[in-house]
Ligand binder design. Sequence first.
Ligand code: ADP
Ligand code: ADP
Length: 227
Amino acid sequence: MVEVRDVVKQYGSLKALDRVSFDVRDGEKVVIIGPSGSGKSTLLRSLNRLEQIDGGRIIVDGIDLYDPRTDINKLREEVGMVFQSFNLFPHKTVLENITLAQLVVRKRTKREAADKAMTLLRKVGLADKADAYPGKLSGGQQQRVAIARSLAMDPKLMLFDEPTSALDPEMIGEVLDVMKSLAREGMTMVVVTHEMGFAREVADRVIFMDYGKIVEEGTPEHFFTSP
Ligand code: ADP
Ligand code: ADP
């Protein structure tokens, strides 16, 4: 599903990514950990071409991201991304937030988009909030809406960039639960997180980054079992 080869990203003389290579198989869950500033976010953003890279190759579902001929909209339709900040439209209801891109990008009818949105809202436990405005929701609820909005595009790959880092502690669990159920359904996921419990429970593979490099890679058992 994802092929990353020798990717380099520089900010001036700083190598945010220094020859990073890894693969993600169909259905695999990869968790990226590492200290602040080690390049995790830059790497994840590169997988959705939110960053320009200075070297190497990234292929997602057969699409060469940094080939100038690539239609980036097609890629964005296949890759869902959830950020630390929820980025919902504040003046649109929860339902409208989830239907908007479906209408514009997927060309679904209003009815189809709304049906899909309601199915996803039930899935994230927020069917009763369809007509609410984001500002009335807790951070945990807003993040669950943001996940539903991403899923409405039927992505083949979901990227999560510290999805619980902006949340009050009591709301982290509800968001991780939604991510865990997505994982159980077989979604291919790449997750940057500090939640080691999630990594241990869900990850097929953990990648540890430091100074822009992958310094260690292995199963959660490898990382979290003391010898
Ligand atoms: P992490 O997600 O692991 O905290 P980042 O990918 O955000 O790390 O950042 C990696 C390095 O690149 C850091 O040293 C950061 O300061 C630097 N960096 C990130 N974005 C920019 C930018 N737009 N301009 C300059 N330096 C940046
Ligand atoms: P995180 O580590 O949570 O990914 P950061 O606080 O490192 O986020 O970065 C937030 C934003 O600031 C990102 O868009 C990143 O590209 C940018 N940024 C990070 N470090 C620098 C830097 N040294 N100079 C300019 N922009 C930066």
